[in-house]
Ligand binder design. Structure first.
Ligand code: BEZ
Ligand code: FE
Length: 302
């Protein structure tokens, strides 16, 4: 190869030190295919390098970090996403969610999706019991779905899922053989209301059998999430709403392992003595009611 065919030599690409290496890497991306790619990766590199310089990262720590991420990746499947769990427990998911849903002109607040949403949920009629045969205090849910002007959104799809009264989702019950329980899809009625019967969920630990569990133990953090019911509401012309309703009084509301609690989403699950239930039946045990009005945000024009 003669000197004319050699790539142009840039002084900054040789003899790099712990400081000059950062600009050298960023400069190498000058011809990135999009301005956004260039911006995101340049910022990532600058912050990553600055992090290593700030803590004076040792080679052993670098190796541990590589091994940690490798194990998190190997452990991840569509059903068990350890990398998202890592993002959740580092507060990164909440940061991204809140940054992307800033304005609250009366619209319902968003929080993390979590790993237990299942595609292909069963569609139910109003008043259905989505926890048939499962032990726990009965809970009669009555939520409405509305536009910011108060108009009911009849063509919404309301996807609901939650844990049992011991803190386990259906997927943790191997004896149920993959059955969908304590989850369902509803369409609001003419008034925007969705009504169903279920049981009161319990607080539960996030999975701890992988690298994220290791991180929680190393930092003396508990793995608990306060009890909640998940909702994912989609409607044409509106931004999807991904959120939970948290059980007021739960002991973990101020130390959620994934930093997802919002005041506006903490709800009284009202306790009632045995007797007439909202669905017209008679409850022989005490029961609870959950009422909430969701307000969707109009989709931004593209
Ligand atoms: C959940 O609420 O289902 C959840 C969210 C984030 C991490 C683990 C679980
Ligand atoms: Fe959950």
């Amino acid at each position: 190869m003669n000197s004319q065919t050699q790539p142009e030599r840039q002084a900054v690409t040789r003899d790099l030190d712990e400081f000059s290496v950062t600009d050298a890497v960023v400069a190498r991306m000058a011809n990135a295919r999009s301005a956004r790619t260039k911006r995101v990766l340049a910022a990532l590199i600058r912050h990553l390098h600055e992090f290593a310089r700030e803590v004076e990262l040792t080679e052993a720590e670098w190796e541990y970090g590589i091994d940690f991420l490798t194990r998190a990746g190997h452990m991840s499947t569509p059903e068990r996403q350890e990398v998202i769990l890592l993002s959740d427990t580092l507060g990164f998911s909440t940061l991204v969610t809140q940054m992307n849903h800033r304005s609250h002109n009366g619209e319902s607040e968003q929080t993390v999706l979590g790993p237990f949403h299942r595609a292909g949920n069963i569609r139910y009629e109003h008043g259905a019991n989505i926890s048939e045969g499962i032990d726990g205090p009965p809970c009669f849910v009555n939520v409405t779905v509305r536009a910011p002007d108060g108009a009911p959104i009849r063509d919404a799809t309301v996807d609901v899922w939650h844990s049992d009264h011991e803190g386990y989702y259906d997927v943790a019950h191997e004896e149920w053989d993959g059955d969908m329980r304590m989850r369902g899809i509803f369409t609001p009625d003419a008034t925007g209301a969705v009504r169903f019967r279920t049981i009161v969920p319990a607080s539960y630990p996030v999975p701890q059998d992988g690298p994220v569990g290791e991180l929680l133990r190393a930092t003396a953090r508990h793995p608990m999430r306060p009890a909640h019911v998940h909702f994912k509401i989609d409607a044409p012309g509106f931004d999807p709403l991904v959120t939970h309703l948290f059980v007021n009084g739960d002991p973990y509301l101020d130390s959620d392992a994934v930093f997802g609690v919002r005041n506006a989403l903490i709800v009284d699950f009202a306790r009632h003595a045995p007797g007439d239930a909202p669905d017209g039946s008679v409850c022989e045990t005490e029961f609870f009611t959950l009422d909430y009005d969701f307000v969707l945000r109009h989709a931004s024009p593209v």
